[in-house]
Design a protein around this ligand. Structure first.
Ligand SMILES: Cc1cc2nc3c(=O)[nH]c(=O)nc-3n(C[C@H](O)[C@H](O)[C@H](O)COP(=O)(O)OP(=O)(O)OC[C@H]3O[C@@H](n4cnc5c(N)ncnc54)[C@H](O)[C@@H]3O)c2cc1C
Ligand code: FES
Ligand code: FES
Length: 1320
């Protein structure tokens, strides 16, 4: 044994020798903290977000081949990189040397906004290109399946990918003999470039070519090391953990015999999350990654043998090669495995995770184990005692000791038999999201018939997601043997399986009835699939499937992604050097892509820096009896525990109770777990809106608006509908978690706070108040924010104040970075809503009276709940004139973490309630919802319900253009035809308008300031009060300065935002950051220009350097502040009248979806958006905002689901449980078009703020699904109102498409059990 070995590996071509390695360390913190390579980001720590993606390269001395693969550095134990070459984003290119084409293209194609996900994206694309220099678009999008982006909506990232495909996105299947690129996917023309419009946001001609010969080579030293390494076990011993890496199988077996309880770590994707999130600890780890015997691939007469050490990606490649070679009847199991491997996790996890680790973990939601069980697979085991084989069966999967490995045994390989003639194997899964999401239920099914007789000889059915592990319906299968494959058999099978595979009402994970339905829906699919195959083999004896049933088997068409954009070119008369109106790349785009952009936690550690970790309440409503910090304080490295003296009680789970300060993050977190709090539970615990209503638990005051005479109007209408809709909340899921660093300056009690916030002034105020200092002693600095969406405004303040308090108390810098789970728990998000409506309308769809009630779940403290509610009431009219309207709203006080601002600020909830009401009205009138929308839309000149005048001309134009662009009528007819022909798949089409009011409700809230300096070399520095959080405000500000000062963009610089340069800046939010700060920058520039004009006119051919020097010589100030007072804005809630908004953003979106009625899955086929953006300052940024917001909205209304326990504990605390859209969720076809420019003299160059409005348009997908579900229900004879709440998850879709299967399942009587989760 080679004790206390040195860890040797390479990072970016440089050798790293680590003498004192701690095996508990993961590669990510090592890169970030030890090697100071901060380009690789922390987003979740659990392999779920891809922000930490790096490329790992390994040389295999046996095959003499180098394998490059993407990996999540957050789950990679540092010891496992021995002998590997790690490439990080810094290693492939930099602005100091040469940027890599991947970095350049993602930036120039506008694929970065906040840029926090970008290094991970870059590394995923880069790694793919290392292996496939000429990839298909499918390979590229597949490679990005494990990378989340919360900002861009992915379309521009796909655009960047396309530039690496020779086929540039062509699907290669020439429908009607025409290339897809030339026909538009639905056969309709794409948006064309006109004289005045453009569809291009970048020019490919300028891109650096991809030259694979330029890449870093694999370090020869590592090859030599691998070839000649002494055959000795390596041991790395840390403080608490020992890592043993044997080199031969014999040594591996010896190690396992010596440490039978030690896990055998391969990919660490199962053990890693357990250690990190569940506190599991292993003192000894065995890592067999050098054992060749674990990587075998053998084919024998009876099947394939795959080494347990093969990664799932290698397994996928192997199986893909085998199915190409062998006849279909022999590869049934392999095909089914391939299907599952296609959607299992993301590329990084598939490349890290091993087959052996996967099987041995026996996760409840394993996608492969159900298939390995039905496929008759066996496991080859070895120990010092010898070899043996065991089957993958229910007993093994349940970990029955008699069927399991002995502690000293190792899984060497897996035999997967070939299938036989008349044998069929299928795989099924349904998850919250199509890809990279653990299955809610999955299944493997196999049947074997007697030769040509159609009689079941063998049948195996396994399910995942149901019990504590994979379960097999053995008894049911046994009873069905000997039966023919017909409908009676199916019916019996469903009943038997439902009986055998029962699921208790309170089962963990919830969705109990959905799961029960899936169990038999999958069975039905299998039945049909086998029937189709039988018919193919013997058309004489087997009937063909009814056409209508065919659709149960079709997968959603994996069509190639298309996008088309249209925006207005600048006026040809505009001077060429004026950048306003051009699609200028994000100022930090390249730095995002090279990893050089610095975020808060990328700042180097200060001397003596401490780390702060919070302890939060575990009770929803309780008195604090005692807090015992003694054990925490006694741990090494712990400096202090801060607890608020007067804290008597807690009002939600996740409330901050105390904070532990220690020398390192690990020490602080370990100690935080040792703080002991004794609670005494208090009543009542109010969690849901309904409970708040019952207890009258509201934040005051109730808000109300009334317009016209509602009661009279109800008397004259033809019909009245009443309904309600519930909307779940939403997590911000900014990629950079809450981060702050407080640095005491050591002099005059000054404190600098570096923080990821939208509101530096707010931080300054609260820190100053906590430290009892005047504001001029506290400065807050923000370079950039890795996404915020409203969650880094008020939430950050309290945490920053505690961090600064700790820093002040100890006179040392203190850093606090929230983990993803903490962040989700503590900061909460969008308000869940309950909307009740009563609408009175005429037969033709005109709504004459509307009475609305809004209830927002505010959580435990007020935060912005009242403001959100008010905005909801003011904006609920959306695009419609309701001549008589009464709306009332209540912000509910509950025992949940306090909800706060989130992009759209009340509008996404209020708008959806109104649209749901319109959909009900349409159903009652027998009209399409679009017709009813059009009938009730504002006329050109009109008045809102708070009596503000509007001109809705552009709204109507957006609507008409969207109708035309989406070919709404033609496609509506096509959808109806499709629905007539298909029973189990339905399509839906919906179009919604948006009128998004822009304004902050008061003039003071809209004021903004800027500071512009000209230096003597002629360069310019701009500062303003806005925060760069991805929306590109700094880029726009530089465009403004460049236009005003008539100087090139490259001459203007912007360093960040600070309370030192611009005091008293308002919070950055509400879509107006560029609007307001741009007017201030413009003002400052104009002041300077005015001062300098005499000098410029004296020397018109001079340079800025000449003019600056001349001004200096003449004692003319070269620095100016700029100011904008804010728009006039008022609202009187007493009279219900006012002018709260400055202008309106108009738009419309049309979406088409296809749903699978049996599983609840949906696919967004196409979305067309038309927006009125005024005169865009930067079309690339504006399109980015619209698309990003749309995808965020789509997530809100369809898949993003927060789950709370009945005790108010948030379950969904990471990307593994909470699903935001990934690259596979975006519309297959995505069109965005701007209306021709319209002039508005009040705004900055007649531009409009677009940050939020797009979120609401995501509900076009919600209503398209609604349309599809209605079609399914109609076909099944279900009439009457359809009540669908948001988000419209697979569960809700499936359960609404009622059929014989939903009728078959056992139902639980509400109130008869304690559910796993509650809708809040
Ligand atoms: C973000 C994320 C997404 C995921 N998504 C999916 C998904 O969609 N579908 C799905 O099915 N799964 C999914 N998984 C789970 C994943 O498939 C498993 O974590 C993985 O396969 C485990 O393999 P590993 O090599 O990393 O195991 P490790 O964590 O290295 O080891 C796991 C266990 O296996 C044991 N073990 C490993 N090899 C051997 C051996 N040769 N002999 C004896 N014991 C051994 C170890 O002792 C340990 O107990 C996901 C995981 C993550 C982190
Ligand atoms: S930080 Fe590693 S995957 Fe999220
Ligand atoms: S740019 Fe992708 S998360 Fe912000």
């Amino acid at each position: 044994m080679d004790r206390a070995a040195e860890l040797v590996f390479y990072v970016n071509g440089r050798k790293v020798i680590e003498k004192n390695v701690d095996p508990e360390t993961m590669l990510l913190p090592y890169l970030r903290k030890k090697l100071r390579l901060t380009g690789t980001k922390y987003g979740c720590g659990g392999g779920g977000c891809g922000a930490c993606t790096v490329m790992i390269s390994r040389y295999n001395p046996v095959t003499k081949r180098i394998r490059h693969y993407p990996a999540n550095a957050c789950l990679m134990p540092i010891c496992s990189v021995y002998g590997a070459a790690v490439t990080t984003v810094e290693g492939i290119g930099s602005t100091r040397t040469r940027i890599h084409p991947v970095q350049e293209r993602i930036a120039r194609c506008h694929g970065t906004q906040c840029g926090f996900c970008t290094p991970g994206m870059v590394m995923s694309i880069y790694t793919l290109l290392r292996n496939h220099p000429d990839p298909t678009l499918d390979q590229l999008t597949d490679a990005l399946g494990g990378n989340l982006c919360r900002c861009t909506g992915y379309r521009p990232i796909i655009d960047a990918c396309k530039t690496f495909c020779n086929t540039s996105g062509c699907c290669q299947s020439k429908e009607n003999g025409v290339c897809c690129l030339n026909q538009g996917i639905n056969g309709f023309p794409e948006l064309e470039e006109g004289n005045k419009t453009s569809s291009k946001l970048f020019s490919e001609e300028e891109f650096l070519p991809l030259d694979p010969t330029q890449e870093l080579i694999f370090p020869p030293e590592l090859m030599i090391m691998a070839e000649k390494q002494p055959p000795r076990t390596r041991v790395f011993a840390g403080e608490r953990m020992t890592w043993i890496s044997p080199v031969t199988l014999k040594e591996l077996l010896e190690a396992k015999a010596k440490y039978p309880q030690a896990p055998v770590i391969m990919g660490n994707t199962s053990i890693g999350p357990e250690v990190k999130f569940k506190g599991v600890f292993h003192p000894v780890i065995i890592s067999p990654d050098r054992i060749e015997e674990l990587n075998v691939v053998n084919s024998a007469n009876n099947g394939l043998t795959l080494g347990a050490g093969l990664s799932l990606a290698q397994m996928k490649d192997t199986l893909a090669a085998v199915v190409l070679k062998l006849p279909e009847e022999r590869t049934q199991t392999y095909r089914a495995l391939l299907k599952q491997l296609g959607t299992l996790a993301g590329a990084q996890i598939r490349n890290m995770a091993s087959l052996g680790g996967h099987i041995m973990s026996r996760h409840v939601d394993s996608d492969l184990n159900p298939l390995l069980a039905v496929g008759g697979c066996t496991l080859n085991l070895l120990s010092k005692e010898g070899a043996r084989q065991i089957p993958v069966n229910e007993q093994f999967l349940r970990k029955c000791p008699s069927a399991d490995l002995k502690p000293e045994e190792i899984l060497i390989s897996v035999n997967i038999p070939y299938s036989r003639k008349w044998e069929f194997v299928s795989a099924f899964r349904q998850a919250q999201r199509q890809q990279n999401a653990l299955a809610i239920v999955n299944s493997g099914m196999r049947v074997f018939f007697g030769e040509g007789d159609g009689i079941i000889r063998e049948l195996s059915i396994s399910y995942g997601g149901i019990g504590p592990t994979t379960i097999c319906a053995q008894n049911s299968c046994q009873k069905l043997i000997g039966r023919p494959w017909n409908e009676e058999m199916l019916d019996a099978a469903c009943r038997l399986v439902l009986d055998e595979v029962s699921l208790p009402s309170s089962a963990p994970g919830g969705k109990v009835e959905f799961k029960r339905t899936l169990i038999i829906s999958f069975l039905f699919k299998f039945y049909l699939e086998v029937l189709r195959l039988l018919r193919r083999m013997d058309p004489v004896h087997y009937p063909s499937l009814a056409d209508k049933h065919e659709s149960a088997l079709e997968d959603f068409h994996p069509r190639h992604r298309q996008s088309a954009l249209k925006y207005q070119k600048v006026d040809p008369k505009q001077p060429p050097q004026d950048p306003v109106g051009h699609p200028i790349m994000h100022l930090s785009g390249i730095k995002h892509a090279t990893g050089e952009a610095i975020y808060c936690d990328d700042m180097p550690a200060m001397d003596g820096e401490l780390f702060l970790a919070f302890v939060t309440s575990s009770r929803a409503h309780a008195k604090i009896v005692s807090i015992d910090v003694s054990e925490a304080l006694s741990l090494p490295g712990v400096v202090d525990v801060l607890a608020e003296e007067h804290l008597q009680g807690v009002f939600c789970v996740g409330q901050l109770v105390c904070a532990v300060i220690a020398d390192s993050e690990i020490q602080a977190r370990r100690a935080a777990k040792r703080v002991k709090i004794v609670y005494q539970d208090l009543e009542p615990v109010i969690l849901t809106i309904e409970e708040a209503i019952q207890h009258k638990s509201f934040f005051e005051p109730e808000r109300k608006l009334e317009y016209g005479n509602v009661d009279e109007a109800f008397k004259v209408v033809d019909h009245i509908v009443e309904g309600e809709i519930h909307l779940g909340g939403q997590e911000h899921f900014y990629m950079e978690t809450q981060s702050m660093l407080a640095v005491p300056k050591g002099e005059d009690q000054e404190m600098d706070v570096y923080v990821s916030t939208q509101y530096p002034k707010g931080i300054q105020d609260i820190v100053a108040s906590v430290l009892k200092l005047p504001a001029n002693k506290v400065m807050c600095h923000v370079k950039r924010v890795g996404g915020a969406f409203g969650g880094k405004a008020f939430k950050t303040g309290v945490m920053a104040a505690i961090t600064a308090f700790a820093a002040n108390k100890h006179g040392r810098a203190v850093r606090c970075i929230l983990e993803r789970g903490e962040d989700m728990l503590i900061t909460a998000g969008r308000h869940p809503y309950l909307g009740k409506y009563k609408a009175g309308f005429m037969k033709d769809g005109r709504i004459l009276a509307l009475d609305m009630e809004h209830y927002g779940n505010g959580g435990a403290s007020l935060d912005e709940s009242l403001l959100v509610l008010e905005m909801g009431l003011l904006k609920l009219d959306n695009a419609y004139k309701f001549p008589n309207l009464r709306c009332r709203g209540w912000a509910c006080r509950t025992n949940l973490p306090s909800n706060t601002a989130l992009r759209g600020f009340g509008f996404p909830q209020a708008g959806l309630i109104t649209e749901a009401c319109i959909t009900d009205v349409a159903a009652k009138c027998g009209l399409s919802p679009e017709k009813v929308r059009m009938i009730n839309m504002y006329k050109e000149i009109d008045q809102t319900h708070y009596k503000q005048e509007i001109n809705a001309k552009n709204l109507i134009q957006c609507w008409r253009e969207c109708m035309a662009m989406s070919s709404y009528s033609l496609r509506k007819a096509a959808v109806e035809k499709f629905n007539l022909e298909n029973s189990w798949k339905k399509k839906g089409l919906a179009m919604v308008p948006v009128k998004f009011p822009i304004g902050l409700g008061s003039r003071a809230a809209g004021q903004a300031a800027a500071l512009v300096h000209i230096y003597l070399d002629g360069s310019v520095l701009v500062t303003h009060g806005g925060i760069e959080m991805g929306q590109g405000v700094h880029t726009k500000m530089i465009q403004v300065a460049s236009r005003e000062l008539r100087m090139p963009l490259s001459n203007v610089h912007l360093r960040g935002t600070s309370t030192e340069t611009v005091p008293n800046a308002n919070v950055s939010g509400g879509s107006v950051v560029a609007d307001l700060n741009g007017l201030a920058v413009k003002d400052a520039c104009q002041t300077l220009l005015k001062r300098l004009e005499p000098i410029i006119s004296k020397n018109p051919r001079g340079t800025w350097k000449d003019w600056a020097q001349a001004a200096f010589d003449e004692s003319i100030s070269l620095s100016a502040t700029g100011y904008f007072r804010g728009y006039e804005s008022n609202m009187n809630w007493e009279t219900g009248e006012g002018h709260p908004f400055e202008y309106f953003v108009y738009g419309a979106a049309c979406s088409e979806v296809e749903i699978d009625c049996l599983t609840g899955a949906h696919k967004n086929i196409r979305t067309d958006i038309v927006m009125d953006v005024g005169c865009s300052i930067n079309p690339a940024l504006d399109i980015g905002q619209i698309e990003g917001a749309f995808i965020q909205g789509m997530g809100l209304y369809t898949i993003e689901e927060l789950n709370y326990s009945p005790q108010g504990v948030l379950y969904t605390r990471g990307p593994d449980q909470y699903k935001i859209p990934t690259i596979c969720d975006i519309p297959t076809e995505f069109h965005v078009s701007f209306l021709p420019p319209s002039q508005d003299s009040n705004t900055l160059y007649s531009s409009k703020g677009l940050g939020e409005s797009g979120v609401f348009l995501g509900c076009s997908v919600f209503f398209a699904i609604h349309d599809a579900v209605s079609a399914a229900r109609q076909e099944r004879g279900l009439r009457g109102p359809l009540k669908l709440n948001s988000p419209l998850t697979p569960e809700k879709i499936r359960m609404a498409c009622e059929d014989k299967f939903t009728k078959m399942i056992p139902r639980d009587k509400p109130g008869s059990y304690v559910p796993w989760n509650i809708p809040i």
